[in-house]
Ligand binder design. Structure first.
Ligand SMILES: Cc1ncc(COP(=O)(O)O)c(C=O)c1O
Length: 360
């Protein structure tokens, strides 16, 4: 073990893996979320302070069966990506935006917030060590998973006094291999006003499994969630926000307390504005979407998120009626946006908003 200083003047102890596993990585067959890089970052919260910042080899951890998180679900996470540019440089996409959202989630779940220098500084140091794990194939990236969980060894419902924050990473390829088929959900609900929908808390995802699996058994890739009160407004899809092109306008449901404030969505809408595309962020009704599809006025629909990037939608089902989207034409909005995002991430274009953080 040796202690090093990083530019944020954080003390992080580092235990290097005795044997890197990177040579075993098959970059041409990356499965989402299955392979993990050599190291992980850990910080513990105790006595009101984040302490014992360390990087250790990725591997199992021991826990007490009374660990609070296992029983009452006090845990949150983030998801972001690092990309290798065509010239070989590794850069992380908007880590400070994920840090800010992490702290919003933490507050909602009665957990301590974490300083940016630990979240971003720990991430930077981890990526410096595991740089070789950032793939260089088209559409590939290193998925980064920061998370925090309650570690009191106590059975009782109250916020834990102690927590662990961790980051590990996983090389990934494309998420969906084909345009997706989605179903507008009008029975089950993901999020409710006053609830936790805007937070990346694990329970939101556990609660979504049952209706999602049901839809998958009916042949859909994902659900489109609607509002919990009336099932009248479009919210989001699985782990993606949504955008539609209706009459040439890019329309996306406005994030709210029941819709996750997606960083990809925010970035792509900014890029659309930069490209001179007309953008509307507002509430979008189910009726508007279904009518536009039936009348042939919807040219494109796509899901947008870190994992899937921009996933074109092939078909939207509503109460048993299958409404296909037309095949995208040349210069479709989705294609323009995907290209602009790829050019940025893989270093083929300028970064006018300063979204990419180099790890060196
Ligand atoms: C519920 C949900 N909606 C939307 C998104 C997309 O957000 P982002 O673009 O920040 O990945 C995610 C993924 O984080 C998500 O889990």
């Amino acid at each position: 073990m040796h202690t090093i200083m990083i530019d944020t003047s954080l003390d992080i102890s580092i235990e290097n893996t005795p044997q890197s596993r990177v040579a075993e990585l098959d970059q041409d067959n990356l499965k989402f979320g299955r392979q993990f890089s050599d190291h992980m970052f850990i910080a513990d919260y105790r006595d009101g302070q984040w302490q014992e910042l360390r990087i250790v080899p990725f591997g199992p951890m021991e826990f007490n069966p009374a660990l609070a998180v296992i029983h009452y679900g006090q845990t949150i996470f983030e998801g972001l990506k690092a990309y290798r540019s065509d010239a070989g440089q590794v850069r992380v996409f908007r880590p400070s935006a994920n840090w800010a959202r992490f702290n919003l989630s933490a507050e909602r779940m009665c957990m301590p917030t974490i300083p940016e220098e630990i979240f971003v500084g720990g991430l930077k140091k981890l990526l410096q060590l595991d740089e070789a794990w950032v793939p260089n194939r088209p559409q590939s990236s290193l998925y980064i998973r920061p998370f925090m969980f309650a570690t009191d060894e106590y059975i009782g419902i109250r916020p834990s006094d102690t927590y662990r924050f961790m980051i590990f990473t996983s090389p990934v390829g494309a998420y969906y291999s084909e345009p997706v088929r989605v179903k507008i959900e009008t029975e089950y609900t993901r999020a409710f006003p006053g609830g936790t929908g805007y937070a990346k808390s694990a329970g939101n995802y556990a609660g979504a499994l049952y209706p999602t699996v049901k839809a998958q058994k009916q042949g859909f890739h994902q659900l489109i969630w609607t509002d919990g009160l009336e099932h009248k407004y479009i919210e989001e899809a699985g782990t993606m926000n949504l955008a539609f092109v209706i009459d040439g306008k890019l329309i996306s449901p406005q994030p709210s307390e029941t819709i996750l404030h997606g960083i990809t969505r925010n970035s792509l809408l900014q890029m659309a504005r930069d490209l001179g595309i007309s953008v509307e962020e507002r509430r979008v009704t189910v009726d508007e979407v279904v009518t536009a599809l039936r009348d042939g006025k919807m040219q494109e629909a796509f899901g947008i998120g870190t994992a899937a990037t921009l996933a074109p939608i092939a078909m939207i089902s509503y109460q048993g009626e299958e409404l296909p989207l037309p095949s995208p034409t040349d210069n479709a909005v989705g294609d323009q946006l995907r290209k602009a995002l790829d050019d940025l991430r893989y270093g083929r274009a300028e970064d006018p908003h300063g979204w990419l953080m180099p790890i060196e």
